[in-house]
Design a protein around this ligand. Sequence first.
Ligand code: FBP
Length: 359
Amino acid sequence: MLDQTMTLTQYLIEERRRFPQASGQFNSVILAIALACKALSRKVAYGALAGLHGDAADGVNVQGEVAQKLDVLGNDTFLHCLRWGDNVRGMLSEEMQDPWLADPGNGAGGDYLLAFDPLDGSTNIDVNMSIGSVFSLLRVPDSGRPTRVEDFLQPGSKQVAAGYALYGPATMFVLTVGRGTHGFTLNPELGEFLLTHPDLRVPEETQEFAINASNSRFWEPPIRRYVEECLQGRNGPREKDFNMRWIASMVADAHRILTRGGVFLYPRDTKDPSQAGRLRLLYECNPIGMLIEQAGGRASTGEAPILQVTPAAPHQRIGFVFGSRREVERIERYHAEKPEEREHDTPLFNMRGLFRSIA
Ligand code: FBP
């Protein structure tokens, strides 16, 4: 039984007891990540006083987006905390074109690969809204040779751990090591993450959805149909009213869904045909996907399980839908239906959509 006052370290030691041969590497990596998140939490708490608002000097990052000062500091903090332990052989970051790879000459590092987004929700930094860090842990496929970039290209089902830190009114660390999803809250006096939310579960049903509605004219028909039916509420085919939320910080939206249910949609759309979605598979979708599925929810591309996708490139983008199982399954069903199979008796579907239809 997980004890409410258990610290993150104690939780990891309890879990390690199940692996008598464990070397301690795994726990060292998770605790190094937690240290990086605690350090970032302190910086975020100072806001503008830390001089960390605004764009970074070196401007545009590998994503073609303007990097924020805190993005760069977050990346450096993760690299610093994880390099010390010599337990990871490679680190792939949203902020770096190429992953950091351990020098084979110096002990070659441990058996793990870390993929992370040091600051998720960057557009919220300067407006003092919740932001987070997201991470995904994989095993190196072959510890007998130097690590290669391709070693990161494993499906999300191969993750051995995933988690996020949420820098909100309270700083939280939400983690799965493959046996459920558990929430820890930072006690700033102790500097310890304490287990406050053991065994988080995503309710199967929900009446709350999260999507950036300003993109509606770019959505594909199954997404537009799903959202329109939600907006029709009790008078439409869903026969119940829905609430909408959009924080523009995926970690914050994910935390709400883990806490009270809901569905998050950032689907593939036609806004930028050169991009298959907004969010990155390896260090945003896969870790959140593992956390959600470990909590009984479902994580999808909109058409198929996200954790089954084999990445084609380190910074691959992809459509992402996750949350309450029944809702995600409905969205997948809408994608699977061929135009001739659609429920033409759904008055809404024959109506002109609430959103301007694709020209
Ligand atoms: P960053 O990691 O660069 O911040 O991008 C991810 C993200 O901020 C998500 O956290 C959020 O859900 C989404 O982008 C918001 O996108 P938009 O600004 O288009 O609503």
